[in-house]
Design a protein around this ligand. Structure first.
Ligand code: AP5
Ligand code: MG
Length: 216
């Protein structure tokens, strides 16, 4: 089973993907995480993309395709994957279809998380990430504490693209370039729209129901 977690910046794609992989035999591929890792390690690619990432602009399709192709060829299949934040435009969606077909696989469902703009802004501006364990927290909604996080406060950081300045343009890019792909998946009859404004656990329950129904 292959799943795409779809939604605007701050919708909770990463949060839900992390819960899903703990409960189902799926692995997460997040193009955002892969790109941030390149920046963290200051690789040639990381240095090249930093400015665009910080401005919240999309990275070129050929760079993204190289990253995805590398992972898939290492894994030798496209099976039991949750794609988080990929594909981001129609071209990437078609490239993913081509890659998947080579392995006789398909996308089982697209879970589209719907959240209003004001909530997205609050989630993005409150986000705190741990650079050691990769967990995501939120200053307003789920602050890290001794029970939920033990790497220590030194690893807790804000994301460099989580600023007041970039939020509007990230949401605009999503609306203009990413959101139109939903029609592509709607036509394939694999689209599930989810109201993702509520609590993390309640949203996950709805997602769990959908994934379970696909397994049977
Ligand atoms: P990416 O890392 O994919 O970022 P994004 O799409 O902007 O999404 P976010 O990671 O900001 O949000 P999320 O939906 O994962 O929310 P989260 O779970 O963290 O991409 C970053 C950049 O990389 C792009 O701008 C682009 O430059 C580049 N890029 C990546 N992929 C690309 C591609 N395929 N092509 C081209 N460029 C690409 O939650 C947000 C916060 O809210 C957290 O603090 C969380 O704790 C909290 N939260 C989550 N759910 C809830 C809830 N239900 N209630 C309360 N709080 C919640
Ligand atoms: Mg994310």
């Amino acid at each position: 089973m292959n799943i795409i977690l779809f939604g605007p910046p701050g919708a909770g794609k990463g949060t839900q993907a992390d819960i899903i992989v703990k409960n189902f035999k799926l692995i997460k591929i997040s193009t955002g995480d892969l790109l941030r890792e390149e920046m963290e390690q200051k690789t040639d690619l990381g240095l090249k993309i930093k400015s665009r990432m910080d401005q919240g602009k999309l990275i070129a399709d050929d760079i993204i395709t190289d990253l995805i192709t590398k992972i898939i060829s290492e894994k030798k299949s496209v099976e039991d994957i949750i794609f988080d934040g990929y594909p981001r435009n129609l071209n990437q969606a078609k490239i993913l279809d081509t890659l998947i077909k080579k392995y006789n696989q398909r996308i089982s469902c697209v879970l589209s998380l719907d959240v209003d703009k004001e909530t997205l802004k609050k989630r993005i501006l409150g986000r705190i990430i741990c650079t050691n364990c990769g967990m995501t927290f939120n200053k307003y909604f789920n602050p890290p504490n001794e029970k939920t996080h033990d790497c220590g406060a030194n690893y807790l950081k804000l994301r460099s693209d989580d600023t007041e300045n970039t939020i509007n343009s990230r949401i605009e890019i999503y609306t203009n370039q990413t959101l139109p792909i939903l029609e592509y998946y709607e036509d394939k009859k694999i689209l599930h729209k989810i109201d993702a404004t509520g609590e993390i656990d309640k949203i996950y329950e709805e997602i769990r129901g959908i994934i379970t129904s696909l397994e049977t």
